[in-house]
Design a protein around this ligand. Structure first.
Ligand code: PAF
Length: 281
């Protein structure tokens, strides 16, 4: 496994692999890898001749008061995991390799306006920009993203379609702890009491799954889900919403495939979770 920090060096390797007719898979990450990432890396390993992952805490997707500095990092452990899965390249640039001043940006307005985009206004612009850069650097055949970041996945799919990237985007299911908490690098911020409180997210998701059906009034489903979270004193809701799966816009009644998504603060830690409800199961 190679660790590459320079764009030019990675491009040289990729040119050679392309000449040999090899397929390339990419898993973009911000590091501090958990089993959710491992599932993406394994799928990428299985489906491509060459498996590449990027490990880069992308500054442009963090707002001014967010956790860029505190974001957990353990590059050595990440490399051990990648090595054990058989990843060929870990791309690990420093911010200066990726960004210059007065940088160009890529953004998608409507899909970014709801859910996480409301409380994190610059977030998806940063995500689209770095993912575009990674796509242009790596030119993968396939790229893998977790369904936990469902809005991110929808936005990337739309961006790939709109900007004509010839890349297949593959979403992979949420991986959960045994007690139901969705795996996230940010779970590491939780103290033991908060860790217990954080279960209100998956409990609320389960309640949503129980009560939702075709024709459900969104208001009623949300009320049931919010009730579960409000029983937990350490929890503060950022949003619990139901939106169309493709356009990310709120719906009033469940008539098409929807994303049921939430962001909840447990203490200072903002956690997200979701499920997709398909009208034809
Ligand atoms: O999902 C993430 O970890 C990040 O948003 C991504 C896609 C790696 C872009 O920085």
């Amino acid at each position: 496994m190679k660790v590459i920090t320079k764009i030019s060096e990675l491009r040289e390797e990729i040119k050679q692999w392309k000449r040999e007719g090899k397929t390339i898979g990419l898993v973009p990450t911000m590091g501090f890898l958990h089993e959710g990432h491992a599932s993406l890396l394994k799928k990428c390993r299985e489906e491509n001749d060459i498996a590449i992952t990027s490990n880069f805490v992308n500054p442009t997707q963090f707002g001014p008061n967010e956790d860029l500095e505190a974001y957990p990092r353990d590059f050595k452990k990440d490399c051990d995991l990648c090595e054990s899965i058989g990843i060929d390249v870990v791309f690990h640039p420093v911010p200066e390799e990726m960004y210059t001043d007065a940088h160009a940006y890529v953004s998608i307005d409507t899909l970014s306006d709801t859910l996480c985009g409301k409380s994190r206004p610059i977030h998806f612009k940063g995500v689209c920009t770095v993912v575009t850069k990674l796509f242009n650097i790596v030119t993968p055949d396939r790229a893998y993203f977790g369904e936990k970041d469902a809005q991110q996945l929808a936005i990337i799919k739309k961006m790939v379609k709109d900007l004509n990237f010839d890349i297949e985007i593959i979403g992979c299911p949420i991986v959960r702890e045994e007690d139901g908490l969705a795996k996230s690098s940010r779970n590491t911020y939780l103290n033991p009491e908060e860790r217990k409180a954080a279960l209100c997210l998956s409990r609320s998701i389960n309640r949503g799954k129980e009560v939702i059906s075709i024709g459900s009034k969104v208001e009623n489903v949300l009320k049931e889900m919010i009730n579960v979270i409000e029983k937990e004193p350490l929890a503060k809701i950022d949003y619990v919403s139901i939106v169309g799966l493709e356009d990310m816009q709120p719906v009033e009644t469940v008539e098409k495939d929807v994303l049921v998504a939430m962001a909840v603060y447990i203490g200072k830690t903002r956690l997200i979770d979701n499920f997709i409800y398909k009208v034809v199961q």
